[in-house]
Write a protein that binds this ligand. Structure first.
Ligand code: ZN
Length: 517
């Protein structure tokens, strides 16, 4: 119930947050590990989109707002559940930048099971030293940080001053600019020069050592790994995979999207998270049955799909997860070939449920997915498109152009669907809508007919979307032939010896069902 109220509060004022665009966060946060509390301030640079004397930002009620000031002038504010509503002394004009300084403190929500049931993750490492992580994708950064907690508005840059006990190291996104020692504490100043969404803002504290390397790909890129001191030797060997991963993803998706901020892995007490230029790594240096570290590959894939190309509404989360889950199979294709990649995809296929649509409801900070179809089904939608298009050069050109066109942008399902349909011949919006907005799979209904000693295949598509159709190539012992896309019942001559089983094989190669008329 409280959750529902909090959600309502968060969005009933939603239109007012269109008053300004966040340009920059200047975050100063001191972490008290013993009391599991934090304190500090965030100065938000707010570019006014409307003239107004009221500004809203978000912070959960359990966190305290100690003061709100603008250029040292204290401002009046009231709190309504997740919202803090601030009144300026005089109305701000369109185009004006208002620096809103918010002092805050409190005990932020503790993660029950990070990264899924997120919050602050207060743990000890194997040597009994404090080890702290943060993951808040579904709950939002306002569980700890006063901010405009909406996916539709990313700060264009960020400074983070993270203060931790001097025996530990504090790691956040972007590049380390400065380390300031004061008494028993150390402040680490991290800087991000690219747009970053709120859930990616990361805090990591541990007995870290730094391993540095360089990737010479499309650009020269610094690689920094912050790992627990006792894992240093293991990490030096294990993280060699990063080079191959970056090479694979640059081949398929274009250059690493945040060269100014560098690439970073930081060892976390939880499994993983795509924190931008500070990827959370907690897979304990393990390989999967396909011989790679799933977390390095999946979470880094998100640098392209989630961090560079970002959904403006969590309802469109399939954009992040489908492409990233598919990117795992491309990593296998890059390192072990196409056949092995198909095996990898088939291991994902077993997890597709087809119970709910992948598209979530808009404008309600939706995070209610009941299964993992936005991952595995999404990956299989992409495999299906590629199979249908049957032109790898065109397919990979489309992926690279997507990386360039939507680089550092906030987009919607509509933008992505339009882009795909424009670039892939034979793929129409009905195909994408069938997979995104409906749970059930399209059925290719077929029958074998013979007439005057010749064999024919009759076929038609059955699906929720009336205009659904896919071109599909069928391989038989006597050669291959292609079912052309189109609606209504169609008929095509098939080679001798053809059987329904040849059509059935499409179920292993694409995300369709084959039914007999
Ligand atoms: Zn993911």
């Amino acid at each position: 119930m409280f959750l529902i109220l909090a959600m309502m509060a968060r969005f009933s004022y939603g239109h007012d947050t269109a008053t300004y665009d966040v340009k920059h966060y200047d975050i100063h946060v001191s972490v008290n590990i013993d009391s599991q509390s934090i304190s500090g301030y965030n100065t938000m640079q707010c570019l006014m989109l409307k003239s107004s004397n009221v500004l809203h930002f978000d912070l959960v009620p359990s966190m305290k707002v100690n003061s709100v000031t603008c250029k040292n002038v204290p401002l009046k504010f009231i709190r309504k559940l997740n919202k803090v509503i601030v009144t300026l002394e005089t109305p701000a004009k369109i185009g004006e930048i208002i620096p809103l300084n918010i002092q805050f403190s409190g005990k932020p929500e503790v993660a029950i099971l990070a990264p899924w049931k997120g919050g602050f993750d207060w743990k000890k490492d194997a040597q009994g030293k404090d080890w702290v992580g943060l993951a808040c994708e579904s709950k939002g950064a306002s569980i700890w940080l006063p901010c405009k907690d909406e996916w539709s508005d990313e700060a264009e840059s960020m400074d983070m001053y993270l203060t931790v006990p001097k025996t530990l190291v504090g790691v956040s996104n972007g590049r380390l600019k400065e380390v300031i020692q004061a008494g028993t504490e150390t402040t680490y100043h991290w800087q991000v020069l690219n747009p970053i969404n709120n859930y990616n803002i990361s805090i990591n504290i541990g007995d870290y050592v730094l391993i540095s390397d360089t990737f010479r790909g499309l650009n020269t890129l610094s690689l920094d790994y912050y790992v627990l001191s006792y894992n240093k030797e293991k990490a030096i060997k294990h993280f060699k995979e990063v080079d191959t991963m970056l090479r694979a993803f640059e081949t398929y998706f274009g250059a690493y999207p945040f060269p100014e901020d560098g690439y970073k892995l930081v060892e976390t007490p939880y499994w993983g998270m795509e924190h931008q230029s500070c990827v959370a790594y907690g897979n304990k240096y393990r390989y999967n049955e396909f011989g790679f570290d799933f977390i390095i590959v999946h979470e880094s894939g998100h640098e392209w799909f989630a961090n560079s190309i970002t959904a403006a509404d969590p309802a469109d989360l399939w954009i992040h997860e489908s492409f990233t889950t598919y990117s795992e199979s491309l990593f296998v294709e890059y390192t072990q070939g196409k056949e092995k990649a198909l095996k990898y995809l088939q291991s994902q296929r077993e997890k597709v449920m087809n119970k709910y649509p992948m598209q979530g409801p808009k404008h309600q900070h939706y995070h209610g997915w009941k299964d993992n179809d936005i991952y595995y089904k999404g990956s299989w939608v992409l495999q299906t498109l590629r199979y249908s298009v049957n032109n790898d050069s065109l397919w990979f050109t489309m992926l690279r152009e997507m990386g360039a066109k939507f680089r550092h942008q906030l987009i919607s399902s509509k933008d992505m669907v339009e882009f795909i349909c424009k670039r892939l011949p034979g793929i129409n919006t009905a195909v994408m809508h069938q997979y995104l907005n409906h749970a059930s799979l399209p059925v290719l209904s077929v029958a074998i007919k013979s007439s005057r000693g010749k064999m024919y295949l009759e076929y038609a598509w059955l699906s929720d979307e009336k205009n659904f159709s896919l071109g599909l190539t069928i391989h038989t012992a006597a050669g291959k032939f292609t079912l052309k896309p189109g609606i209504g019942k169609k008929r095509i001559r098939v080679p001798k010896g053809f059987s329904i089983d040849d059509v059935k094989k499409l179920e292993e190669l694409t995300l369709i069902k084959v039914g007999v008329m």
